[in-house]
Design a protein around this ligand. Sequence first.
Ligand SMILES: Cc1ncc(COP(=O)(O)O)c(C=O)c1O
Length: 462
Amino acid sequence: MQQTRTRAASQTKFLLEESQLPRRWYNIRPDLPTAPQPVLHPGTGQPVGPDDLAPLFPMELIGQEVSEEPEIAIPEEVLELYSLWRPTPLYRARRLSEAVGTRSRIFYKYEGVSPPGSHKPNTAVAQAYYNKQEGRTRLSTETGAGQWGSALAFACKLIGLECKVYMVKVSYEQKPNRRSMIQAWGAEIVPSPSEDTQSGRAIRAEHPDSPGSLGIAISEAVEDAAGRDDTAYSLGSVLNHVLLHQTVIGQEALAQMELAGAFPDVVIGCVGGGSNFAGLAFPFLREKIAGREIDVLACEPTACPTLTRGLFAYDFGDTSKLTPLVAMHTLGHDFVPAPIHAGGLRYHGVAPLISQLVRDGLIRAEAYLQNDVFASAVLFAGSEGILPAPEAAHAIHGTLQVAKAADEAGEERTILFNLSGHGHFDMGAYDSYFAGKLEDVALDEDEMNRALRAIEGLPSPA
Ligand SMILES: Cc1ncc(COP(=O)(O)O)c(C=O)c1O
């Protein structure tokens, strides 16, 4: 026992066998202290039923969206695909801790080992699988940074579906190699706003230079799916079923922390729509709701401060108001965030489940400037070796803030964060950082108030 503990204390990587892959997803809904607000029909303002969502999603995913089962079995075929890269490693960040001289113990779960390079295929393969089961032959989706588009293209290729990706224009231009990767997996890709949909054409007519946003790209992908029987829409974040599929991350991390003989005082992730954060944090929040003390921190950019400054309100998930209304923290559905390099964090809303947990005081949030985030990314690359995605670097920066505060208070904490992806396709962003060309953007109060006017008149959450 003593020997095992000593070994764990000097170990760097904590690995699980393929046979230890979680066989069930964890559903946080039945454990929530406050029941989630109903999803409302955009036309009637009444709660939506399964039939309203059937043109966009397969029935199994609609069921998972509202399921009160505490766990949902992962289909064998999905497990088989997961085994291409899962279980993912958990690292003890010894060299990072030494580099900053902290007394705290830092661990990170690394999701960048998947073929597309992030956590996103955890839900992409599940969504492609259920769609194929129910007879769809084609999926449409949006992508910001390109990680989600790559993940869905990868999943569709392996499962045998066609795929069309609407990629936010600014990212399409910043990341030509993500584009090629999506094409290599056989998907069609266009910059959004595009000429291929009514929503895209309307935005281009009004704002010919629009850099695009996730909200706009979602409108295009939803319109595409709604107009074709063979096509379903696939979303890479925000929805309950997406967060559910990501919980393999936290379940593995719980087992790996046990191997390390440790349990986190603090759990940290970056938040765009919220899926990687939820994936790591929800299995730990189950422990927190049951009474264990854990500080759970969500990290976001100051350019798109949804959790730290947005309102908890009913809003549309997209710019053209095609999606149902959900109660979430939002900056307003027509808000177009500044073109910062963490493209995956440029979303006006955030997952309703995370919003509710923030409202209930179980999760707290902080926002950071991009130059500070890149400084932490470079420090991490120089000590741990992995070059992080700019999105994931927000979680690294949050971790270093927590460790610094603990050192100043004379405390020693155990910190676990999610390194949601690598940054090998983000070198343009690193180039700009090294050239001193990255602009620090904090959302202007007037612009925020303007954008929030878009939700005036919508129903209010209970
Ligand atoms: C590496 C990485 N991390 C995080 C995110 C943010 O998404 P989410 O909040 O759903 O995890 C993205 C989105 O594209 C991403 O590519």
